[in-house]
Design a binder for this molecule. Structure first.
Ligand code: OAD
Ligand code: ZN
Length: 424
């Protein structure tokens, strides 16, 4: 059944105060001319033009799908996702228990094995076209923030400013004790896990764990701060790009509700249209208007995210810039023989390598790194982590915070596509 057209005397879908036909905000410069790629590129052209006079803020919300072409599988894709394909050998109660803090404290073996075999960044895992596209937006001074659920750190590798990246589910680059939270060196923890050891906290003997956020853990400090401030960058954003995520995990999924009603939202996804999404929490938020009556701002661009942003760049006349960016990255990477990869991912490693004048070694080689680790542990100087946490991820977003997030955005014509959940 098709959608009814927007009726002129219905309350304005942007501000609810006037009528659709007469409300001044209907002609807001934010409006999309059409809900497809053409409408998106026309709107982006307006933003690019506007950027010459005043600031433009594009926010990207990313999920595992943006790294699939780098060889990192996503979680929920039926034939290829981690939850269906990589968990059988561990005999976990559910696949999600791999990332459950209580389970980890009782038994570290499955997660440590998973780090060894799957999670440790491989030298061959490099930023995708989509990552370079975000970098291009940054270069054009149009990118204000990337919220990523990914822990592969490819945003960092692609050269996006650390300040602009918000790693909502934490990072592998730092580590701490799962029991007392004492910080330990990220690289050293990862290295010991890869050697088959079970690294323990110096202070309490608890298990060390990379600072990726497990179900039941608090969110990284940077995310908490944004949430406490009511997501200021989302509130001011001119365009939201949501790519390669099933929006199945909270509070991330709810962030899409925080942008102003007039802000267009683009959803780039290969398979999902969101309608099959089902989770444990009915009020989980993260509503969109694809295919719904009254939709005026949500565009679903279904397909491979690399191909879609390439097409956007072609339409925008940015294709050369994107290709140059990709080529420059590849040339630099080749020149340095991959030397920059681990150092970018594990900042503490850089100084150590410089002082020891050790050349980069392929992952898996050991001797020089052993000596470096021994020195690092004895120095006791550890970088302060981003992952000091206070907002819990399990149980997701509090009702009061949800009300705040969607206060000026709630609209009775928005139809929930089903609940999102912490454990879908
Ligand atoms: P999911 O696996 O839930 O969703 C990835 C989405 O990307 C799916 O809807 C795919 O259809 C889509 N996709 C896959 N490849 C794509 C491509 N090349 N182009 C466009 N879309 C593509 O991953 P997330 O939504 O990121 O948390 O999952 C969120 C969280 O769930 C993760 O951070 C993880 C997991 O539990 C942890 O606890 C580690
Ligand atoms: Zn401890």
């Amino acid at each position: 059944m098709g959608c009814a057209p927007l009726l002129p005397f219905n309350p304005c879908c942007l501000c609810s105060s006037g009528f659709n036909l007469f409300c001044s905000c209907v002609n807001s410069p934010h409006s999309l001319s059409s809900l497809n790629l053409e409408g998106v590129t026309q709107y982006l052209s307006k933003l690019e033009h506007r950027q010459k006079k005043r600031e433009v803020k594009i926010v990207v919300m990313a999920g595992a799908g943006i790294s699939v072409s780098a060889g990192v599988p996503d979680f929920r894709s039926m034939s290829t996702g981690i939850y269906q394909n990589k968990m059988d050998k561990y005999s976990l109660p559910t696949p999600q228990h791999m990332f459950d803090i209580d389970y980890f404290i009782s038994d570290q073996a499955p997660f440590y094995d998973f780090v060894k075999t799957e999670l440790y960044p491989k030298p061959t895992t490099l930023p995708t076209v989509f990552h370079h596209f975000m970098n291009l937006l940054q270069e054009k001074q149009m990118l204000s923030r990337v919220y990523t659920q990914n822990i592969d750190m490819l945003e960092r590798l692609a050269g996006i400013n650390q300040e602009a990246i918000c790693e909502v589910h934490g990072t592998l680059s730092t580590s701490s004790c799962a029991n007392c939270k004492k910080q330990c060196d990220g690289y050293s923890t990862m290295k010991r896990i890869r050697k088959g050891e079970k690294p323990k906290c110096e202070k309490c003997g608890g298990p060390q764990k990379p600072d990726i956020v497990f179900f039941g853990e608090k969110m990284p400090r940077k995310v908490q701060e944004q949430m406490k401030l009511n997501m200021p960058d989302l509130k001011k954003c001119d365009l939201l790009i949501v790519a390669g995520t099933s929006l199945a995990v909270q509070p991330f999924a709810s962030f899409i509700d925080a942008v102003p009603r007039s802000t267009p939202r683009i959803f780039i996804n290969r398979d999902s249209d969101g309608s099959g999404r089902k989770g444990d929490y009915d009020d989980a938020g993260g509503q969109h208007l694809w295919g719904k009556c009254g939709n005026y701002r949500d565009v679903l661009l279904r397909g491979d995210c690399d191909k879609i942003v390439t097409q956007i760049c072609r339409e925008m006349d940015w294709l050369n810039e994107l290709q140059n960016k990709i080529k420059t990255f590849a040339d630099n990477h080749k020149k340095k023989g991959g030397a920059n990869v681990e150092e970018k991912l594990f900042p503490s490693l850089k100084g150590e390598r410089r002082s020891s004048k050790q050349p980069w070694r392929a992952i898996g080689s050991s001797t020089s790194k052993d000596r470096l680790d021994a020195r690092r542990n004895s120095s006791g100087k550890l970088k302060k982590s981003e992952s000091e946490r206070s907002v819990t991820r399990n149980g997701s977003i509090s009702p009061s915070h949800r009300r705040k997030l969607s206060k000026s955005n709630s609209n009775s014509s928005l139809t929930s596509v089903g609940s999102a959940a912490v454990h879908p």
